[in-house]
Ligand binder design. Sequence first.
Ligand SMILES: *Cc1c(COP(=O)(O)O)cnc(C)c1O
Length: 365
Amino acid sequence: MRPLVAHIDLDALRHNYRIAQRCAPQSHSVAVIKADAYGHGALACARALADEAPAFAVASLEEALVLRRGGIDTPVVLLEGIFSADELEAVDAHRLWMTVHSHWQLEALEAYTPSAPIPVWVKVDTGMHRLGFDPDEAEAVWQALRDAPQAGQLHLMTHFATADAEHSSHYARQLDCAGALARRLKAPLSLANSPATLAHADAHGAYNRPGVMLYGSDPLERANDASRALEPVMTLRSEIIALRDIAPGERVGYGGRYRADTPRRIAVVAAGYGDGYDRHAADGTPMLVDGQRATLAGKVSMDMLTVDVTGIADARIGSEVVLWGRAANGAVLPVDEVARHCDTISYTLLTGVLPRVPRRYHPLP
Ligand SMILES: *Cc1c(COP(=O)(O)O)cnc(C)c1O
């Protein structure tokens, strides 16, 4: 078998979830497992957290149905609500919670007769300017839902644009806006994403919504004690499949981007952009070969990449190569660090691991 595997450490997932809870002991932490749990496998992750999480959050009805069909009966929040009115039947039948961010969604709900009131999160746009009602129309929406027999328990929800920044007036304005509305409506709040869960106790509401931190990525511009305690959940692991020595002046890979200035030992690894490893990775992107740091040398190909192992004396065919995560010797390469070399964020690397990479769960779910 091709040696590339994404190993998923479910104990680390639970450890990280407990950090979210410890940061916000007065809040319920909804585990955000949209996008197949950021590439980790939604059903396995939901099963691993089912005894602890009061609810899960996903991006769509399809993602919620994967959980229900897998036997998860915990509440599930649809973060963007329904995409068309005909989804309400399934929302009702599967006892999902829905976000309402637009007037058409409110009207569709008011025109529907569910078998039981549907819990609703009213999304307010406090400054992200993506989804949600304007703050000055939120009160009318809230009243309409309070009067609607179709709607069950109501929460006020907003999403921060800059909770990861150490100092942000934009964040402070969003928090003030949400707080003022909540006081006026006496509304329970859901505000905090991962960075706000980790670093902004003032944003902890009835329900927090930690996502990427559950998978061990530190979203903070400046790490704190809680974020430093996160553990990687995914280890993307492969092996060396070929080795060669090249002379000064020789080039490696497509376009000849990498050029050796001294004699170098180059290893070929079974992993490429066809697996989701980012083709934007620059020369110098770190990886762990037998638990020791080595760096990418040359452009990433579809099924292979090349790494400079000159300094690693016993690198051989079959040597372990960790592209991010934890090596067999315990060394850790954070996905956040790899992301910086790819000019991206951990979210795109994790969600980008393609289906052809088998996921292997530890311990087995
Ligand atoms: C994805 C998402 C989250 C989780 O964000 P992280 O940065 O991964 O913690 C929270 N709330 C909403 C509305 C989201 O879409």
